[in-house]
Write a protein that binds this ligand. Structure first.
Ligand SMILES: NC(=O)c1ccc[n+]([C@@H]2O[C@H](COP(=O)([O-])OP(=O)(O)OC[C@H]3O[C@@H](n4cnc5c(N)ncnc54)[C@H](O)[C@@H]3O)[C@@H](O)[C@H]2O)c1
Length: 384
């Protein structure tokens, strides 16, 4: 398929799957896709219930509502789809889209199992289509600055990493109440949410953030996964010691029992010449640490930032940017890669760092190793 031709930049013809009224992340996808005028939204399947899907599309002003992805594909006129449905449907939907020759944006985790993740990654490699997995924190300018500085050797050889994602959403046995939100109900069901709830839901973000910023592979893990709240079946907490391929050591924590924690995502990376610290609660700042020198706080929007970070800044320093803009940066980079294919040109190399299906598979293999380690109480290699 080709995009509508004409003068001016190619707009990618996009269809959404998932994210009807009341959904959490679907509306963020829709906003992110609008920020840079690189997409034309042509249709949507907003619910597994065909009637609701059509009604929601009409209510949201999306031109065409469909009852299924197959129906939307058959209607034609698409270059790409964006999937924001519960985890258990990602694999079938992504493969259906790729088989139809469509580029794909898909929310994390890539799938619930490594074999499903491998099928998607293989299909992406075979088709050569663009696949963006929305680990949206890697769209933040100061996370990109961290990556660029580490890659440029500004902290020397990385030797220590610590990263955590703390939420308070499961600090009490909320699942015993009858009126838990639908999005929590499917998440806590292992058939829909995955074998380790906390690792698939937020541990996946921690793993991707470590991989994105350091560029280092994780060789083996010693992990403990489980439930801290008594009586709970689903994993609410996962922690792991990490051995990196370059010899570095690290720790990660993903938990939902930290009372009052508000999506507290943070990472510290230390090398033999300095360290860098970033946290979501102060997402516009990156702290640069060096023994014997004052801490230096680098800020978003500043002219001294690396090109990868500058390209991700939209407003001058001090004007707040946040979650939607970071998400939008992934959509913009995805659009740039797709448009380059459609226009027969090279894509901007700064658009090349978006998480892919291979990234998602890497995370699923990491989670598998954590599960094996937790069950056996031993160090486990992360498969490739
Ligand atoms: N990147 C992030 O920061 C982030 C944040 C939240 C959720 N997520 C991911 O996004 C996905 C959705 O999570 P959520 O919290 O928005 O869930 P949700 O339950 O709030 O919304 C899911 C939506 O998908 C629709 N849906 C379900 N099955 C469908 C199907 N077969 N076809 C079309 N629509 C269907 C539902 O009607 C609903 O509108 C999950 O994979 C989750 O892990 C990512």
């Amino acid at each position: 398929m080709t995009a509508a031709s004409g003068k001016g930049p190619t707009r990618i013809r996009l269809g959404f799957v998932g994210g009807g009224r009341g959904a959490l992340i679907g509306p963020v996808h829709r906003t992110a896709a609008r920020l840079d005028d690189r997409f034309e939204v042509v249709g949507a399947v907003l619910s597994s219930n065909a009637e609701k899907s059509v009604a929601d599309a009409a209510a949201l002003g999306i031109p065409n509502g469909y009852g299924s992805l197959g129906q939307m594909i058959r209607a034609g006129g698409l270059d790409a789809v964006a999937i924001a449905t519960p985890n258990d449907s990602h694999a079938a939907l992504a493969i259906e889209a790729l088989d139809a020759g469509l580029h794909v944006v898909c929310d994390k985790p890539l799938a619930n199992t490594a074999p499903d993740g491998r099928r998607i990654a293989r299909k992406v490699a075979e088709t050569g289509l663009v696949f963006c997995l929305t680990h949206n924190y890697s769209g933040y300018p100061m996370v990109r600055q961290m990556r660029a500085m580490i890659e440029a050797g500004r902290i020397g050889k990385v030797h220590l990493v610590q990263a955590s994602y703390r939420q308070g959403t499961l600090a009490t046995a909320i699942e015993t109440s009858d009126d838990i939100p639908a999005r929590l109900r499917w998440r806590l069901d292992p058939a829909k949410g995955g074998g380790s709830h906390v690792m698939g839901d937020i541990g996946s973000h921690v793993h991707q953030l470590i991989r994105y910023t350091t560029g280092l592979g994780i060789d083996s893990v010693m992990a403990e996964l489980g439930a801290i709240v008594p009586g709970r079946q689903a994993h609410d907490t996962g922690q792991a010691l990490l051995r990196f391929a370059n010899g570095a050591r690290g720790q990660m924590l993903a938990t939902k029992v930290a009372h009052g924690a508000e999506n507290a995502l943070a990472i510290e990376v230390h090398g033999d010449q300095g360290g860098l610290e970033w946290r979501q609660s102060r997402l516009d700042e990156l702290t640069w640490l060096r023994n014997g020198e004052p801490q230096q706080i680098l800020t978003r929007g500043s002219p001294y930032l690396e090109p990868l970070a500058r390209q991700a800044c939209r407003l001058p320093p001090g004007h707040p940017e946040g979650f939607h803009e970071g998400f939008g940066n992934l959509y913009r980079d995805f659009a740039e890669q797709v448009a380059a294919r459609l226009e027969g040109r090279e894509a901007d190399p700064l658009a090349a760092t978006i998480p892919t299906a291979a990234t998602g598979l890497d995370t699923l293999l990491f989670i598998d190793a954590c599960i094996r380690s937790s069950e056996t109480g031993s160090w486990q290699k992360v498969e490739r």
